[in-house]
Design a binder for this molecule. Structure first.
Ligand code: EPZ
Length: 430
């Protein structure tokens, strides 16, 4: 298994370029098959989740032409089956976006039920509630969900919980239903807006994305488009917190500052300077960070996908901080790993009480999930000595060229897969 090995202590300094948003790309790649024309998508993040979903859509018959690391042509005219293999759902939950896309276009879809994952049970009851409201029947057989409808009709759908996935999945199905659909209590994340903009560029009629009421007027067919995905706000925020934790000075390029507001505000609260330009933010941290309190909320609140990253920064802050995770029930698994690096944190229910300490020391840790894995890398960059992060396959699901981008900022980090490579790194860094 591959690992990251890190020698901590270097402040991160320099410039880093942010890639396309993974969580927008996954919805957009599913929606791309809803037309029989060819669709061109640019600024695709070169990450494992995107590569797996591209495989899944070509497996059901779509023509996929990866014209570069970050661009693809997709044509869904030859899709011969509407059932998705289990192997793809096992690799990425977001394959369930094919439910909404296939149901919208073919009025039938069969997708294996996604399991839970490391951050919580993650039910999809709201997705199914939306499909049923549009007139589909849904049943579970042999581990898969089968959704079908003689005809999809628009309806007024209220989401009990703000859900990114349910909002995107229902929006796709409703975009080709008869008549009008209203989605109340919709998720407002930038990636929800990006999927809506993508569908509109294909001829859909979606208004209000980014607010909590989305209005959709169904259309008969969707057509070709060329579309570039928005920058990844979570990748950007991860580098911003890496600058904070290592007392560095990092210019994060190709971002939409508006999408980073909650992250930037928290960084300023803990003592960082954050400068915003058109499509760049600069984070400078000179001294020890201050403590603060944070609660994760749906956008525009503080993102749950940025919770482990601020947890690491606060582990090094002066004073005591409270981090409350209100979205997922099991998103503090990184805390045990951080305590092994010297952090002083107590988790009580969905709140972590973080008593800031002067320093962290390097240790061998394991990435429990995508964002926690990235946060443990940040901890290793800030710690004294050598840190080895196991199970980095999680990190590669959502961060493109992660170690290369960090090395570009002065980090001592390498991807290794043998004891020999570990010894070589230790000899080189001394
Ligand atoms: C998306 O997951 C993201 N994944 C997650 O990012 C992100 O953490 C999450 O949104 C919240 O922003 C993708 O976009 C691929 P939700 P999703 O539906 O859609 C409950 C990452 O690190 N819920 O907004 O699954 C659910 O249990 C990943 O990139 C239901 O109860 O999240 C949770 O408590 C991790 N029933 C809450 O809603 C449902 O039918 C929010 O989940 C659906 C969700």
């Amino acid at each position: 298994m591959e690992q990251y090995i890190i020698k901590g202590g270097n402040p991160l300094v320099g410039e880093v370029e942010i890639g396309g948003a993974k969580n927008a790309a996954l919805g957009i790649l599913a929606a791309a098959i809803m037309t029989d024309d060819t669709v061109r998508i640019d600024n695709l993040p070169d990450v494992q989740d995107v590569n797996v979903l591209l495989e899944a859509i070509s497996k059901i018959g779509a023509k996929v032409d990866r014209i570069s690391r970050t661009s693809a042509l997709i044509n869904g005219s030859n899709i011969g089956q509407v059932s998705v293999d289990y192997e793809y759902i096992k690799k990425i939950r977001a394959s369930y976006y094919l439910l909404g896309a296939l149901l919208g276009k073919y009025k039938k879809a069969e997708v294996p039920l996604p399991g839970g994952c490391n951050i919580g049970s993650r039910p999809i009851d709201l997705h199914l509630k939306g499909f049923k409201a549009l007139g589909a029947t849904t049943r579970i057989a042999n581990g898969s969900i089968i959704a079908e409808a003689a005809q999809l009709r628009g309806n007024h759908i209220y989401l009990d919980t703000v859900s990114v996935g349910a909002t995107i999945n229902i929006m796709m199905a409703a975009s080709m239903a008869e008549g009008r659909t209203v989605i109340e209590n919709a998720a407002k994340e930038p990636h929800v807006v990006d999927v809506a903009n993508f569908l509109n560029s294909m001829g859909a009629n979606i208004k209000g994305a980014g607010t909590d009421v989305i209005r959709i007027r169904g259309v008969e067919r969707l057509h070709a488009t060329e579309y570039s995905i928005i920058p990844d706000q979570i990748e950007a925020g991860t580098f911003m917190f890496a600058a904070a934790a290592t007392r560095g000075d990092v210019i994060v390029k190709n971002v939409i500052p508006k999408h980073l507001e909650a992250t930037s505000v928290k960084l300023m609260e803990i003592g960082c300077q954050v400068e915003e330009f058109d499509d760049v933010v600069r984070v400078v941290a000179t001294g020890r960070l201050n403590n603060t309190n944070v609660k994760t909320l749906p956008y525009p609140g503080y993102p749950t996908d940025m919770q482990p990253q601020i947890g690491v920064a606060l582990a090094l802050a002066n004073g005591t901080s409270l981090v409350t995770e209100s979205i997922f029930e099991n998103r503090f698994k990184y805390v045990d790993e951080l305590v092994r690096m010297g952090a002083n944190i107590k988790v009580e229910g969905n709140t972590a009480v973080i008593y800031g300490c002067e320093k962290l020391t390097g240790a061998r840790v394991s990435a429990p999930d995508l964002r926690a894995g990235a946060a443990l890398v940040i901890a290793g960059l800030a710690a004294e000595g050598i840190t080895i992060v196991d199970d980095i396959v999680y990190i590669q699901r959502g961060y493109e060229c992660f170690e290369e981008k960090l090395r570009g900022l002065g980090a001592e980090i390498e991807r290794v897969s043998s004891e020999k490579e570990i010894q070589k790194f230790k000899l080189r860094v001394g």
